[in-house]
Design a protein around this ligand. Sequence first.
Ligand code: PLP
Length: 389
Amino acid sequence: MTIIRPDISARAAAAPRSGIGEIVAYARGRDNLMPLWIGEGDLPTPDFITRAAGEALGAGETFYTWTQGIPELRQAIVRYYDRHYGNNLSVDNIYVTGSGMQSIVLAIQAVTSAGDEIIHLSPAWPNVVHAITVAEAKPKSVVLDFVDGQWKIDIDRLASSITPKTKALFINSPSNPTGWTATKDDLRAILELARHHGLWVIADEIYGLYYFDGARAPSFMDVMEPEDRIIFANSFSKNWCMTGWRVGWMVAPAEIGQTLTNLIQYSTSGVAQFMQKGAIAALDHGDDFVRTNIERARISRDILCDALVATNRVETRKPPGALYAFLKIDGIADAREEAFRIVDATGVGMAPGTAFGPGGEAFMRACFLRDPKQIEDAADRLSRYIRAR
Ligand SMILES: Cc1ncc(COP(=O)(O)O)c(C=O)c1O
């Protein structure tokens, strides 16, 4: 039960409970549960990463450290972009944070004042939308089109939603929950709008390597010029199975680096040094692990989507990116209610599309970053339920 006290701030009181957290709290810990409801897989962080962090911890690296990240980690992130994106960044573009979520929060804080608008595409990961309202800015959703089982952006709709109050475009590609992945042409068109209207782009590319039609998804890095106003939010969570570590980073113009460092200072004051040592190992020695993990996700994606589409009662194409099947199941009137019913009947936990805002109401989200055998089991349970419905 939530008790709203009159002595807390209106904006804190207005932040709603996560629609994903609600179903997790309802069924967590049950026997025979198949938890496809949140965005993480079944593998723990690989040894070569935990060992590096453990060694640093054992060596007494337990003091306050650089607010914006230790120089060695910022260098390792520069090398990561060089390897995967062919981009020649400087450490002055890199800011280490306490998660992808914190990167998003700080990017919003950095570019908006109270009452400013941030436009985001919808359905969207709800944390972003609520982080915007907690910052006293206004989220404005532009709904993606769902055509023939696939999600598409309507650039004209995005353009016509821009007002004099708009400060930034929040673009998450590949997208949680839809898997929508911007083409280079989409990115160019979005960037053109941002340039024309003098807007910031907050580019959430944390699923950039989770792309099944090539080595990585198209990125704003491919189309931007050095003077473009883009803040990238990124994270160690998904690529290297480090969701519980809470470490992420931002890439931003060096001119706002001191501001970002200050915002880190006045929130978490930086990330533990021993964890940063683990993060360096992830970046420098993790490419093979990431490739294998993504291939495993692709196999599981195919198993899940093929089995559910075969029921003839589920509409989806295989998502080109990210970790989620966003499923339109025939006859769902209220996805929230349905998520409770499905977990009770099958033990498969999915996130209701209602949690992801406009456009998501008729959908259920299932994360497929999991052992293909388990996904086969989940697909089997869901197919039987859907056929019998
Ligand atoms: C689109 C998107 N952005 C950012 C994040 C943040 O990840 P983390 O806070 O674990 O780094 C997530 C996590 O699910 C996400 O789905």
